[in-house]
Ligand binder design. Sequence first.
Ligand code: ADP
Ligand code: MG
Length: 369
Amino acid sequence: MSLWTGHLSRNPLHSIGVGTTNGRWHWDGGFRPGTGWIQAGYGIDLGTANTVVAGVDGTLLLNEPSVMAVRADGDRKGQLVAVGGAAKALVGRTPIGMATVRPLEDGVITDLQTARSFIVAILKRVHRHPWQVLPPQAVIGVPWGATELEKRALIEAVEEAGVGHVDLVPEPIAGALGSGLNPLETRARMVVDVGGGTAEVTAFCFGGILAARSCRTAGDEMTMALHQYLRVEHKMLIGELAAENLKMQLSRNGSGPRSLTAEGRDLASDRARTQELSVDELDAALRPVTDSIVQTLASCLQDMPAQAVADVMQDGVLVFGGGSLVGGFGHRLEEAFGFAVHQAERPLTCVAEGAAMCLRRPEIVKAFG
Ligand code: ADP
Ligand code: MG
């Protein structure tokens, strides 16, 4: 589209009223004196659990759960009711006629239509510059195992949301970059990303991947483990959000009290009830999940060349993703492998920040894209 034709843009991002007065297009310009044409750029981490968007300069523009609430029946079936935090608050308490859905599974798109409406809603929130005329560009993190078909679906959904140019970068590389590592240097590095649906262990050096392994036991499985533990051992039913909350309290616990309280429903009497739980028993309930991440890391090390393993043993590994925050996780890895475990400074946002850095580092997209 020529910038000078003055036609109303078909770009859905412009449908928020930007650049129009009384429905008529007015020329708002895309040129700012001194800076020239401005093209917005976004680094996007579309996670199974959370979606994070960072701007070109690294500022966080959005950080919301990847959840939508939609109408489940009637004429307006599929219509969006709420996105992000507001939709997540409805999980486990969804009114009749509505449903909460996650647009991504294991970090990839399964249902194109759902993913599209989610991405459009997310990008509308961050795309606010009234002078913006050039469609924005974006770099998006994708799981290292994503197939060509899955990548294509993602690019299509984001382009349909009005983004002009889309590049993809593997999430582990973006997370490493966003945490200060240089994925182009010759020394081998290893990162462990514990997200909601999957935990991914990736080793890389000199712009290439050395080995990568993933497992489907990560943050959400930890929540499920606590839920199951309470059901089986304490005959008590708690909601998904309550179980997640318990897990988070555990990670904040540190040197705090050695017990936590869970609120839920007694399985036998169906009455509301509270239960005191020791930190040790909850740690033990999470153990099978952390064990399987330890196994995944061990397999990744086995796949690597000896010299690269030596680098990792010396430098340790970088961990990020929300699941890596669970109490004692770093310690568990140190105990199992004997190397240092470095927690990323911003474990929940470093992938989006690294993806945003790629907007200005095309050589990284070229090496890993
Ligand atoms: P994804 O990349 O799959 O969207 P995230 O990296 O955002 O996932 O991590 C989400 C997972 O991390 C969820 O399972 C969430 O419960 C968990 N999580 C987030 N914060 C914490 C915390 N402080 N302690 C333990 N788990 C956490
Ligand atoms: Mg992630």
